[in-house]
Design a protein around this ligand. Sequence first.
Ligand code: ZN
Length: 266
Amino acid sequence: MFLWLVVIVFVTYIVCLKCIYYRHRRHLKHGLNAFTSLESPGADIECLVVTAHPDDECMFFGPTIIRLVECNVNVHLLCLSEGNYYNHGAKRKQELFNSCAKLGIPSSRITILDHKNLPDYPKAEWRVSLVTSIIAKHLRAHIFNMVLTFDGRGVSGHSNHVAIYKAVRHLASTDQVPNDCRLLSLVTVSLLRKYVSFLELPLSWLLPSSLSCIIGSEGYRQCKAAMLCHRTQLVWFRYLYIIFSRYMFVNTFQMIPHGPKVNKMY
Ligand SMILES: [Zn+2]
């Protein structure tokens, strides 16, 4: 009897996940048009993803990039370092290009920097003013409808990720980004939610967010293939990450508001 109960609960849960996934697929395209205030279906949306290291794009933003590309959004990547922590900079750069090819970002839309003041090192604080000026210059040189990056906790807490959020937040608060360009930060979830794989999906779906991107089994295979391109990073716990991280299945974002920060008056 107990075994039957477990089977019924499990099957119900899987059906629930499928329903969420198909509902998401149906609505994302229309949602993106409304979100970016564009009338043509998806084709003209230009989206910039700003990351710190090669592998951030698939490790944290994989579901988003895959879903946006499926919706004919032109996804661009700005990676602020070559990830030279173990002196593998040149190799990691090539791995980034290979990973992006799996995700659907052509090499012409990838910008990867190698700046001496932006080393890949968690204890080296990146100067927010420098990161701000680099991103501002990139935004001036292109027209983007959306910019996606980390939130204030940087998903993994890496200080380089946090520096990018602070820079984008600063750009938004000082009106250095066009008003019709949406700025979104990737929501950092608790450790428990982070490592329960796709089982976390209903919670991500139910909690309020400005944008959510969910992939199914085909998208997951694509994301996994991108992860496996980063061969220099394939230590044992990376394989566990591929299986258990919810960031391999779902991303949720919150809007970064334009204009000055509102300080609480009480
Ligand atoms: Zn990173």
